[in-house]
Write a protein that binds this ligand. Sequence first.
Ligand SMILES: Cc1cc2nc3c(=O)[nH]c(=O)nc-3n(C[C@H](O)[C@H](O)[C@H](O)COP(=O)(O)O)c2cc1C
Length: 326
Amino acid sequence: MSATMTPYFYVGDVPVYGDVILSPMAGYSDVPYRALCRAYGSAMHYTEFVPVEALIGRNVHERFRRRLDKQPDERPMVFQIFGNDARMILEAAQRIEAWGPDIIDINMGCSTRRVSGRGAGVGMMPQPELVRDTFSLLTQHLSVPVTGKIRLGWDESQQNYADIARIMEDNGAALIAMHARTKTQKYGGQADWDAIADLRARVSVPVIGNGDVRTPADIERLKAHTGCEAVMIGRAAIGNPWIFARRCREEVRPADLLDAVRLHAREMVAYYGAPHGLIQFRKHLKQYLADLPEAEPIVPALLTIQSLAEFESLLAQIGEPSMAMG
Ligand SMILES: Cc1cc2nc3c(=O)[nH]c(=O)nc-3n(C[C@H](O)[C@H](O)[C@H](O)COP(=O)(O)O)c2cc1C
C-alpha cells in the first residue's frame, strides 16, 4: 500500500485503506478467494472462523491451521475465532497472535445451533459477562487490536446490540462489525440498517455495516444511511469479486468473467492441489456461471472435471462458434 494514501479509518493503530470488505464466510473466504477479492479492492480480510478448542491442544489440526493462513502482503489481516469461555478464548488468541494477524476478532454472530446453542457465536450476546470478560482479558493481554462481529441480538424481543457494543467498547474493542439480523432470522428477512445507524451513533470506535448489500449502489446507500466507516459483503460477493471495484455484475463482460474463473481455478489448484482445489472451486463456479447462458451446456462437465488442464480447455470452448451452433 502506498505511503501517500490516506487511510479511510483505523482499527486501533492499524490503518484500513478502503471502505468495502469481504465478509468472513466459512467454506468460501479462503486464501485463493481473498486474493481475488483483494485484487478488486476488498480493503481488509477476515479468515473463516476457527473454534478456540481446535487451537489450544498440543497439535492444531491441519484443517484449522490452514484457515489461519494468509498471504504476506494481505493486510490488514483479521484472524477470527469463536468460543464460549473467556480464558480459553484468551489462550487461543495468545497462541495465534504469534502467527502474525494484524487484528484478532471474536465471532459473536454465528447462528448455527452447533455454535450458538453452546453459548458461542451469537450465543455470546445473551451473556454480557462473558462478553465483558472476553474483551477485558484479550485487550489486556494481546498487543494487536481486538474486535467483534455481532448481530442485532438473539431474537426480535432481545435486540441487545447497543448494550453489547457498549460493553465491548468499555473493555477495549477497537471495531464493531454488525450483521443487522437477529439469530432467529439467520440469513432471511431484511437487514435492519436503522440499527446500524443507531449503533454508529452510540459508539466511538469504527463500525462496519453488514447485511443485504448486493450491488455497488447498495454500498453507497448503506454508508449514507448509517454513517458507518465500511461495508462488509458476504453472499453477493460469491462469484462476483467485481463488487469490490464497485462494478455491477451485469456490466462485467463474459471475457472478463471467464478470465476471473480461470485465475480463481488456478489459485485454488495452486493452494489446495488437484483435484481437491477444483472440487472446492465448484460452489464458486456455479455462481460465476449462473448468468452466462453460453456456459450452460458445459457446466455439468466443468463441475466434474478433476484436472486443471482439462478444466481450462473445456472453459476455452465457451462462446466458440461450434458450441454456439451445436
Ligand atoms: C456460507 C457462509 C459462511 C459464513 N461464515 C462466517 C464466518 O466464518 N464468520 C462470520 O463472522 N460470519 C460468517 N458468515 C456471515 C457473513 O459474514 C455475513 O455476516 C452474512 O452472510 C450477512 O452478509 P450478506 O447479507 O452480505 O451475506 C457466513 C455466511 C455465509 C453465507
